[in-house]
Design a protein around this ligand. Structure first.
Ligand code: NDP
Length: 332
């Protein structure tokens, strides 16, 4: 029963040395407990924050303890009154092949609908982040211009499609030509490869001739600086993530955006998806409908094998994934 521990707190970029594999005994359930076989593990950018001990909205991982996160797992032994063998669940579980649980925090997922891995992506945390961040904070109106950074990722690809459903003009930034082509397939009006564009500010200005009404920010840094220069009056910004700075050892200094926000009467709101926990059932219901109607599509980059979890996590910072980055650990 392999498990992955946090070996040490990374300074700057995490490496394979950040992680330590350990073999533990496979657990046996007592009354009220289940043993879960891990099927899919989600690797997410926010986990970088938990590797540091800086104060945040969620406690840090402890050095020498298992790393945990979103997992889809199957009940393989049960002493629990409601969770029978064969039930597939999602929950926050350790990076471990078999885990013990008392069932708290586990959500059973249907196995006769969309792929079960979607409950870590479009029908899980990233999809809900896109849904609430865009529809509750940005509130795009028909004909408005929406910019999404990190557009080809798990959250960004859903944001762009939702903005199209709402009738907006959508512009995305991403880190490769393949991703740019993928965004066009999804219906984005313009997509920019920020890694090869010589002048991101000019490229964004060209792509947004009517300015920017909504900005869904996944990355921060220079892309965000450039978007702030294009804001229209009463623009709305959902500050979702800042992945370009997660490995920075010192707080990066950039142009101060406050003047832009003031002059345009723009609204900037940071948010954490769990702020919307009470509305998750609504979000999952709506997203499921759009997926079933074919109005939303979703890409997954699935790496195979428990031992590949650290590599898949590190790949988030070099843009290896299109759509949701997942690791498949076992078959059902
Ligand atoms: P993604 O699937 O988008 O994966 C991360 C992507 O970020 C990579 O594929 C890469 O794509 C891009 N990236 C990596 N480094 C940089 C960089 N230096 N500059 C620009 N882009 C970079 O991850 P998620 O969809 O899961 O998350 C997207 C963002 O949303 C993250 O910032 C995350 O922290 C945040 N988030 C926030 C939540 C909240 O509650 N507020 C909840 C979930 C996510 P590319 O090839 O384009 O560079």
């Amino acid at each position: 029963n392999r498990t992955i521990l946090l070996a040490s707190r990374p300074q700057g970029k995490p490496t394979l040395e950040t992680f330590q594999f350990e073999d533990r005994e496979r657990p046996t359930p007592s009354k009220g407990q289940v043993v879960l076989k891990t099927l899919y593990v989600s690797v997410d950018p926010y986990m970088r924050g938990r590797m540091s001990d800086a104060k945040s909205y969620i406690p840090p991982f402890e050095v020498g303890q298992p790393i945990s996160g979103g997992v889809v797992a199957e009940v393989v032994e049960s002493q629990h009154p409601e969770l029978s063998v064969g039930t597939v669940v999602t929950g926050n579980l350790p990076w471990q092949e078999y885990s013990l649980s008392d069932g708290k925090g586990l959500t059973p997922v249907p196995t006769d609908g969309p792929p079960i891995s979607y409950y870590l992506g479009i029908l899980g945390m990233p999809g809900l982040t896109a849904y609430f961040g865009l529809l509750d904070i940005c509130r795009p109106k028909e004909g408005e211009t929406v910019v999404v950074s990190g557009a080809a990722g798990a959250v960004g690809s859903v944001v762009g499609q939702l903005a199209k459903i709402k009738g907006a003009r959508v512009v995305g930034t991403a880190g490769s030509d393949e991703k740019v082509a993928y965004l066009k397939e999804l219906g984005f009006d313009e997509a920019i490869n920020y890694k090869t564009t010589p002048d991101i500010a000019q490229a964004l200005a060209d792509a947004c001739p009517d300015g920017v009404d909504c900005y869904f920010d996944n990355v921060g840094g220079e892309i965000t600086d450039a978007v702030y220069n294009l804001l229209n009056t009463h623009a709305r910004i959902a500050l979702c993530g800042q992945i370009s700075t997660y490995n920075a050892e010192e707080t990066p200094v950039g142009p101060r955006p406050e003047g832009k926000l003031l002059k345009t009467s723009s609204m900037l709101q940071g948010f954490i998806v769990s702020n919307y926990a009470e509305r998750f059932p609504e979000g999952v219901r709506e997203l499921t409908q759009w997926v079933e109607q074919g109005k939303l599509t979703f890409e997954e980059t699935i790496t195979e094998g428990f031992d590949q979890i650290p590599t898949a996590f590190l790949g988030l910072f070099t843009g290896e994934n299109t759509g949701k980055a997942l690791v498949k650990v076992a078959d059902r």
